[in-house]
Ligand binder design. Structure first.
Ligand SMILES: Cc1cc2nc3c(=O)[nH]c(=O)nc-3n(C[C@H](O)[C@H](O)[C@H](O)COP(=O)(O)OP(=O)(O)OC[C@H]3O[C@@H](n4cnc5c(N)ncnc54)[C@H](O)[C@@H]3O)c2cc1C
Length: 490
């Protein structure tokens, strides 16, 4: 957590030069207006940007970053600011480059299943632009009605349908990138395979640390012939998790599989009253199937049988679009509904092998008891991507520090179970201190070579992703058997 710092740079001459690039309306300099941008979706971390600039074109981004390079000004890209790892949080006295005015769909080429967009285009707009012709854009973060494509590529975002169709990186064909010295490069393209290094793959997931994407070529898919959603409820989360493992090992690959626990079920029923999620269930499992009608019907029957074999208490199915939306409504509202459970929540994002779901959920319960904070679980169960929501009250002194430590212990648990410290929200400012739990020194150094190849002066999104002695220190942590160790951070 960082307090807003006083400005140290004299921005006046920079403002003048930026005005020449984007015009007066493209600059936000008053303290009150800058404070709107001091955090992303992880609102516990805040820092006031030195200045905010809103370009509209690639050429403007090039000129802005050249200016940063000349004056050694650190800069941070920001899309819609829905990130949950503090990735778009400004760094001290930086220039925040916000892409909300870069919001044009530049080209729709359905014959080649490609759409070219500016980075500020909202995820859901891509599907809206092509749905009349029965196409859609598959990566669907739960924030899709507000998050930007630029943010999606920087975080390599996932979503409900990513189990079958893959995450953002599988749908980005190429892009224009402005590197940290202001040079413009084009990577990838419309065709499926490009020779040479896969630089598109390098930029997707790089969290704004290599430069800023200004034009992105996406792949869109044909809308499936048939879709069915099944909602099964179980007495326990373990039985729901077992059903997920059984479905996958039976050879069926649903479009998505999501689990919500009892705490989350009751929160969404309180807030959006779907009346579909039984309040006394230990967990509900949502499965979406898509494809040819005959395949969907056969897979649906098989999944019903597998869930029943694991003691499913009821199974509801929907094929009609409105009924399907009703079944999904609770899951889509889960994060927002957590606000009903406590004044604040801290969402973590880790990945584990599917087979470890039951074990990891039990361990999270133990950590929750030990730290004394309730944890609601909502997750993309099909790909083992957990989203534990730690419920707390920020106004209690020291609460956030304890919650951060609990979140860190959950991440380490994921690594111990053979998983990862991020499934889709990225590392940002939040998880950089846990990178050494997952990567060796040599691994991290190798990543730094890549960063320095594109961003040698570390002007692009400094202080993110990688641990630094100033931000992470030594920090001993929780010891599961021996209680709290000396040097614990709370
Ligand atoms: C309610 C809720 C639900 C969510 N559900 C999901 C989910 O299901 N799946 C999921 O993956 N995430 C989810 N998220 C997290 C978030 O929405 C995603 O990470 C999203 O991709 C962020 O997009 P944004 O436009 O808000 O990016 P921002 O938060 O503005 O920025 C995110 C990162 O991208 C960088 N960046 C932004 N634009 C560019 C650019 N043009 N070039 C280079 N770097 C850039 C920023 O510097 C920052 O590091 C959720 C968030 C919320 C609040």
């Amino acid at each position: 957590m960082t307090a807003a710092t006083p400005q140290t740079r004299n921005w006046q001459p920079i403002v003048k030069q930026l005005e020449a690039i984007v015009g007066r309306n493209g600059i936000i300099s008053s303290r009150a207006e800058r404070s709107v941008y001091e955090c992303d979706g992880l609102a516990s971390y805040r820092e006031l940007p030195g200045l905010v600039v809103l370009p509209q074109t690639t050429e403007e981004v090039v000129a802005i970053i050249q200016l940063c390079d000349t004056h050694n000004i650190p800069f941070v890209a920001r899309g819609s600011g829905t990130g949950l790892s503090g990735g778009a949080m400004p760094t001290e006295d930086c220039l925040l480059i916000v892409t909300t005015r870069m919001n044009r769909i530049l080209e729709v080429d359905l014959d080649n299943q490609r759409v070219v967009v500016q980075p500020g285009v909202i995820n859901a707009w891509v599907t809206q632009a092509v749905s009349a012709a029965d196409f859609y854009y598959a990566p669907d973060p739960s924030s899709q009605i507000i998050c930007s494509i630029g943010g999606n590529i920087a975080e390599n975002s996932g979503g409900v349908h990513c189990l079958k169709y893959g995450v953002t990186t599988n749908h980005v064909m190429g892009m224009k990138m402005v590197l940290a010295d202001g040079s413009l490069i084009e990577v990838g393209g419309k065709i499926p395979e490009m020779p040479g290094y896969d630089l598109t793959g390098v930029f997707v997931g790089s969290e704004g640390t290599l430069g800023i994407a200004t034009e992105i070529t996406l792949k869109v898919l044909k809308t499936p012939e048939s879709v069915e959603v099944l909602l099964a409820d179980f007495a326990s989360i373990e039985l729901a998790a077992q059903s997920v493992a059984d479905i996958i090992s039976s050879g069926i690959l649903p479009a998505g599989m999501e689990i919500m626990d009892n705490l989350s079920i009751n929160a969404v029923e309180d807030v959006v009253a779907t009346n579909c999620y039984p309040r006394d269930a230990g967990a509900v499992l949502l499965v979406e199937l898509d494809g040819l009608a005959v395949e969907v019907a056969a897979s649906g029957d098989r999944i019903r049988a597998l869930c029943q074999a694991n003691g499913a208490r009821s199974i509801t199915a929907a094929t009609d679009p409105e009924d399907r939306l009703r079944l999904w409504k609770g899951r889509k509202a889960a994060f927002a509904a957590a606000g009903k459970l406590s004044p604040n929540y801290f969402v973590q994002d880790g990945v584990i092998p599917r087979t470890q779901l039951a074990y990891v959920i039990k361990e999270i319960e133990a950590l929750s008891d030990f730290f004394g904070y309730r944890v609601a679980n909502v997750f993309h169960a099909g790909d083992g991507n957990l989203h534990p929501l730690i419920l707390y009250d920020e106004s209690v002194p020291g609460a956030f520090a304890r919650v951060e430590t609990l979140g860190g212990e959950i991440l380490k648990l994921c690594v111990k179970a053979g998983g990862s410290i991020s499934g889709e929200h990225g590392i940002g400012a939040d998880k950089r201190c846990y990178m050494p739990d997952m990567f060796s020194e040599v691994d991290l150094e190798t990543m730094q070579w890549v960063r320095h190849a594109f961003n040698p002066k570390e002007l692009a999104n400094p202080g993110k992703v990688f641990p630094t002695p100033r931000t992470c220190g030594e920090g001993a942590h929780f010891h599961p058997t021996g209680g709290l160790g000396e040097g614990d951070r709370f």
